[in-house]
Design a protein around this ligand. Structure first.
Ligand SMILES: *Cc1c(COP(=O)(O)O)cnc(C)c1O
Length: 384
């Protein structure tokens, strides 16, 4: 044989507190769920698990819609599903751009021949509904893409009322809730959202790889009447049959990963037991406490207006003279906490600190604030 077997050596993996913009540590029960048996995709337990997931997704998105299911893939797969099923080639997508996820939406949409209009604002702020309406009124796009919580900038976008504005002009509202779902209030039906996707690896405290999506009745109608071809793997019409969205279909589209099915089911079960209200409250309280502690340090919020700050991801600028990578390395090595550098608009301008899911506790907020205080002191001393 020309290629000999490789010597793949096992190694120990050190576990840290994951306090970046994702991934997040797992709920203990989710870790357990990942080791549940692999089952046949034709047995009752499997169908029951999918049904449980669909009920859980309806709850976390707060929707009565039947077109809800999970896509096999990370958050990006949800993005590609939502865009490609609702906007055909030559149709127009308006992208409200304030961070890297909106750039991603642009990259996805260009590959499918979709016409794109980009509306940009400063990265440390959010959109007013009035400016979005002006854009929609001028361009009359098929859909508006907007990110609810932006993990590249640490902002949360107000969405209440935006659905009505979109619908006035025949526009669909598409929303990314990857880093906000479970951590920040979101109401799909009440806010008139037509398509939404999320991910397990952020505030749901699960592993990446399976992503909840939901479509409104208006979106379902658009899909039904669409002539354009969607990518096979993300074809929501076929997936709706696989997930039995309308009753009595059990179609084989692709093999879902059983560990991820069990994990997502457990994430949703965990959130249902805690309740959304309690989870939102816990995230708000923890981050409020963290921000109070941070205010006593020589750090500056990248997002000046407290109302625009996201409860799950905080962006903080270091004082002059400090190096972002040094601080991150120090916090990781001395405190076993992983935080992230900025990305896109926040690159070299900010730290990105995520406190979400299982990690949203006062103890974690204190550990982070202590670690940052220590790093700021130690690194100044060492550079003298
Ligand atoms: C992390 C993130 C994504 C991408 O999710 P993946 O699971 O990495 O594909 C998309 N949108 C937002 C807002 C995110 O924070």
């Amino acid at each position: 044989m020309s290629i000999p077997p490789p010597n793949i050596v096992d190694f120990e993996i050190k576990e840290t507190l994951l306090c970046g913009p994702g991934p997040c540590n797992l709920w203990p029960s989710v870790r357990e769920a990942l080791t549940k048996p692999i089952i046949s995709p034709l047995c009752d337990e499997y169908f029951k698990a999918l049904d449980d997931i669909r009920t859980g997704i309806k709850y976390v998105f707060q929707t009565k819609s039947n077109l809800v299911l999970a896509i096999s893939g990370s958050g990006h797969s949800g993005m590609e599903t939502v865009i490609t099923n609702l906007v055909g080639p030559e149709e127009t997508l308006l992208i409200a751009n304030r961070g890297i996820w909106d750039e991603r939406a642009y990259n996805v949409a260009t590959r499918y021949g979709i016409k794109i209009i980009v509306h940009r604002i400063a990265h440390n702020t959010t959109f007013t509904l009035e400016e979005l309406e002006r854009q929609i009124e001028v361009y009359r796009p098929t859909a508006l893409f907007i990110t609810h919580g932006d993990s590249s900038t640490g902002t949360v976008q107000k969405l209440e009322g935006l659905g009505d504005i979109c619908h006035k002009y025949g526009t669909l509202l598409l929303v990314d809730t990857v880093v906000s779902l479970g951590g920040v209030p979101f109401f799909m039906d009440a806010w008139g959202v037509d398509a939404v996707y999320s991910s397990t690896q952020k505030a749901l405290s699960g592993p990446a790889g399976i992503s909840p999506v939901a479509f409104s009745a208006r979106a379902a109608e658009k899909i039904k009447n669409s002539k354009h071809k969607t990518p096979f793997y993300f074809d929501i019409t076929l997936l709706a049959e696989q997930w039995n969205c309308y009753g009595n279909t059990r179609y084989y589209h692709h093999t879902l990963s059983p560990p991820l099915v069990w994990a997502l089911r457990e994430c949703l079960r965990q959130l249902s037991i805690e309740t959304l209200e309690k989870s939102w409250e816990r995230h708000a309280k923890t981050t409020r406490h963290f921000h109070e502690r941070v205010q006593r340090l020589p750090l500056e919020f990248f997002v000046p207006n407290p109302e625009h700050r996201l409860a799950t991801v905080t962006t903080l600028a270091l004082p002059k003279g400090y190096n972002y990578d040094d601080v991150i390395k120090y916090v990781e090595e001395k405190h076993k906490i992983t935080i992230f550098p900025g990305r896109g608009p926040t690159a070299d301008k900010s730290l990105r600190i995520g406190i979400m899911g299982v990690n949203s506790t006062g103890a974690v907020a204190d550990a982070l604030a202590d670690a940052l205080a220590d790093a700021l002191q130690a690194l100044v001393k060492s550079s003298l």
